[in-house]
Design a protein around this ligand. Structure first.
Ligand SMILES: O=C(O)c1ccccc1N[C@@H]1O[C@H](COP(=O)(O)O)[C@@H](O)[C@H]1O
Length: 206
């Protein structure tokens, strides 16, 4: 089995970002949802633009307008747009038509929705997160057993309270399309400030 990819989400602080970049994660995520405690109101655009292209920049949005998404993608050089709200297939297609890549999130309770199959050829990745009142950042798992029968042709990242202690179990599930993990609140000292030493252990475990 290949190494699992690592996406670290909810970054904001320049020094903290620099520490993360030294670990060479596969994806770095910025949350542009105003109600999130990890909301990125303003960052130094030049600094963000200098992040090596090998570390893919992801903007996380919840029911945001296409216009605002495109504006922020231009400003920060976002490569992927993570649709974490109730955005539909047509919206995902519109994002693609703007030349951006799509991570479509399904906030899962106990099943993967039937509509997911329609995203084949549209979504670059799925991200399965735990259903919660605040859209994301719950720090909680869902029942990962529902992924064992996954048969859609879209690779996915597993999210929702993923922590270091989970990695062995995630690897043992040995699901072909499960290509990486997305981590957030379980690696924080405070919202939007990550524990780099803990992330280093995670990177080694992957
Ligand atoms: O973290 C948030 O505040 C947030 C708010 C709105 C949408 C997404 C958000 N975060 C995403 O939630 C998942 C899981 O996070 P956690 O590990 O359970 O804390 C992750 O993809 C974040 O990008």
């Amino acid at each position: 089995m290949n190494n699992l990819k690592l996406k670290v989400c909810g970054m904001r602080d320049p020094e903290n970002i620099s520490g993360l970049l030294d670990l060479r994660p596969d994806f770095i995520g910025f949350i542009f949802y105003p109600k999130s405690p990890r909301y990125v109101d303003e960052m130094d655009g030049d600094f963000v633009m200098r992040i090596p292209l090998s570390i893919h920049k992801v903007g996380v949005f919840v029911n945001e307008s296409l216009e605002n998404i495109v504006t922020l993608a231009d400003k920060y050089g976002l490569e992927y747009i993570q649709l974490h709200g109730d955005e539909d297939l047509d919206f995902a297609k519109a994002i693609r038509e703007k030349g951006l890549k799509v991570i479509k999130v399904f906030r899962v309770m106990d099943t993967i929705p039937f509509v997911a199959k329609q995203y084949e050829g549209i979504a670059d990745y799925f991200l399965f997160d735990t259903q919660s009142m605040n859209y994301g950042g719950s720090g909680r798992h869902f029942d990962w057993n529902i992924l064992r029968t996954y048969n859609i042709n879209v690779p996915f990242l597993l999210s929702g309270g993923v922590q270091l202690e989970d990695i062995d179990q995630i690897k043992e599930m040995n699901i072909e399309k499960l290509v990486g993990v997305d981590v957030n609140s379980r690696f924080e000292v405070e919202p939007a400030l990550k524990d780099i030493e803990k992330l280093k252990l995670l990177k080694e475990a992957l």
